[in-house]
Ligand binder design. Structure first.
Ligand SMILES: [Zn+2]
Length: 169
């Protein structure tokens, strides 16, 4: 088998795995509780998350809830810290990028690294917003708006309940 044939047969096999756009989906391919194949992803069942997080953080992280303004632990925090995901521990934000937005939620002008978070369009409640999720466990963190300070002009508006402050080394 030459290189080209190998490539073609590989493509053909990948093509077979594409979801069919029409026709009924066999029950066997329905979503299951199997671990996510992407390495490093944290995947738990709803019951496991509930047990690990407690009701309030579960509501924010897994049900896309929002804590009441000024209610969280970190909106007025100024100590040097890294802010990790309360769900999976991934480092998400740095106190160096935190600013007082006056909104009552911890606000950052950028994540620790661009890869730490996922951003997706959120059209709930009749608004178009950009939702911010933890890239490792897909937990809902908050939203990002374009009315932040320099240098990015962004405002990551994050729920305290989704974060866990960790002392900087
Ligand atoms: Zn996470």
């Amino acid at each position: 088998m030459d290189r080209r044939t190998t490539l073609l047969s590989l493509l053909a096999r990948v093509g077979c795995r594409r979801p069919q756009p029409s026709g009924p989906v066999p029950a066997a391919s329905a979503p299951s509780a199997a671990p996510d194949p992407i390495s490093g992803k944290v995947v738990k069942s709803e019951a496991e998350w509930k047990k690990a997080l407690g009701p309030d953080a579960f509501h924010v992280l897994r049900e896309k809830g929002t804590e009441p303004a000024f209610s969280g632990a970190y909106h007025d925090a100024h100590e040097p810290a890294l802010y990790a995901c309360a769900g999976c521990g991934q480092r998400l934000f740095d106190s160096d990028h935190k600013f007082d937005s006056g909104t009552g939620w911890p606000s950052f002008y950028q994540p620790l690294t661009p890869k730490a978070v996922l951003e997706r369009e959120d059209r709930s409640y009749g608004m178009v917003r950009t939702e911010v999720e933890c890239a490792r466990c897909d937990g809902h963190l908050g939203h990002v708006f374009d009315d932040g300070p320099k240098p990015t002009g962004l405002r990551y508006c994050i729920n305290s309940l989704a974060l866990q402050a960790v002392k900087k080394a």
